[in-house]
Design a protein around this ligand. Structure first.
Ligand code: C6P
Length: 412
């Protein structure tokens, strides 16, 4: 382990089979972690173990396989809930952050948002924390307003407080921006929103994978995250909801398991969180998520965060030396999650990403599902490098070399 490293990156890399492959004959430098992370063998083995040894439906059958599957599914819920400071009854398994916000839109919003109400979100959101509220407001005759940003890419608190005075019913904002990396002060924002009488939903898609999260001390009402961005499988994620709120809400989907009793003219609902988990759930991937949680817990989330801050600091100083490099987001790495959005002069981000791919380097280019933010930044797209536990200073050096090569091609 290098002195400059908080995590033993070499040992971690050995757990990720995909990192052994070559892309276009070069070492894979995977810097697209904000889109999805790679999976350690522990997660892959947990999936294999489930399908090979105890594949069965949960909460239904009394046979051995059924009981083992149910036990593993609920054990994973318990681990995942503990990981974010919640209790198992407060954690609904969903497909990911997008399904979580849509669940709140339907199961909470359709019941509690009324004509003339105000819903707030911000200019730095992913579409999954904008579009559900547009749909809800349209359906209900409510109004959606956006909290503005400061020139340094932080949330404009004066704008936030001004809008709170209008008495919003719901305030939706991200913990960490997938484009800017800006980390919002969730507990302060939630406390202010609660004083104004608003319900809060926090998008934790880019926070839970990268830093210690405790929903209790954050004080939010809902908190959403995706398993595939935290070393877990795709198709699984979580929605934390305050117990009393979950109890009051209507179901999301109707079907098996979410009911207590079904009559011809009405039905009654199962306890939370099962009321929100209709039909056969995503058993394998929930178990895989539990393995990812074990993996991150063993590393320690404070160390994960420290590792990423160090990488960011190094990357910001190294990439600033590249001709034409322009970074979007807070400059202080301690105020930023592990994402780094940038442009190089007027080179189109897709061209840049294609050139980097020739070098085995994977970054994302485009609008990152944040078109209102792109307009605010006055760009059509950016390139984005994003880190996780297996990235090293060598990856940053490879990115810098790749950008310099691109710069030479475009004669910058
Ligand atoms: N952002 C990115 O490349 P899903 O797709 O439901 O797992 O997550 C949606 C989502 C919600 N909020 C934030 C802040 C996100 O970053 C994402 C996913 C990916 O930035 C894919 S667009």
């Amino acid at each position: 382990m290098l002195e400059t490293e908080t995590l033993d990156v070499e040992r971690i890399r050995a757990d990720f089979p995909i990192l052994r492959r070559k892309v276009r004959g070069k070492r894979l430098v995977y810097l697209d972690n904000a889109a999805t992370t790679q999976k350690p063998r522990q997660v892959i083995e947990a999936l294999d173990d489930y399908y090979s040894r105890y594949n069965s439906n949960v909460h239904r059958s009394v046979h051995t396989l059924g009981e083992e599957a149910t036990e593993a599914y609920e054990a994973s819920r318990k681990k995942t809930a503990t990981f974010i400071g919640a209790t198992p009854k407060e954690l609904v398994f969903v497909r990911g952050t997008t399904e979580a916000t849509n669940l709140v839109r339907f199961a909470w919003g359709e019941k509690f948002v009324k004509k003339g109400d105000l819903v707030l979100t911000t200019m730095m959101e992913h579409h999954s924390n904008i579009v559900p509220w547009q749909l809800l407001c349209k359906n209900k005759g409510a109004t959606l307003k956006f909290v503005g940003l400061n020139p340094d890419c932080t949330l404009d608190l004066a704008s936030f407080e001004g809008l709170l005075k209008e008495g919003p019913r719901l305030v939706a904002f991200t913990h960490c921006s997938n484009v800017l990396g800006t980390i919002n002060d969730v507990s302060a924002l939630c406390a202010k929103a609660a004083t104004a009488g608003a319900t809060t939903i926090v998008d934790g898609a880019q926070a839970v994978p990268h830093m210690a999260v405790d929903v209790g001390s954050l004080g939010c009402d809902f908190y959403a995250f995706s398993g595939h961005k935290m070393l877990g499988p795709t198709g699984i994620g979580g929605l934390y909801g305050r117990r009393a709120l979950l109890e009051e809400m209507e179901p999301f989907h109707g079907g098996g398991e979410m009911i207590r009793e079904v009559f011809l003219d009405h039905s009654t609902w199962n306890d939370v969180p099962y009321k929100f988990e209709a039909g056969t759930v995503n058993i394998a991937d929930s178990i895989g998520l539990g393995a990812a949680v074990d993996y991150l817990t063993a590393l320690g989330m404070d160390k994960v965060r420290e590792h990423e801050v160090r990488l960011l600091k190094y990357a910001l100083s190294e990439l600033a030396k590249v001709k034409g490099f322009r970074h979007y987001g807070p400059e202080d790495p301690s105020k930023k999650g592990g994402v780094l959005s940038f442009n190089m002069a007027d080179v189109h981000p897709h061209d840049l990403a294609t050139i980097l791919d020739e070098e085995g380097i994977a970054i994302r280019s485009g609008h990152h599902c944040a078109q209102p933010l792109m307009r605010w930044l006055d760009v059509s797209a950016t390139s984005r490098a994003s880190f996780h536990v297996y990235n090293s200073h060598d990856d940053v050096d490879a990115l810098r070399a790749g950008l310099e090569k691109a710069g030479a091609i475009f004669r910058l």
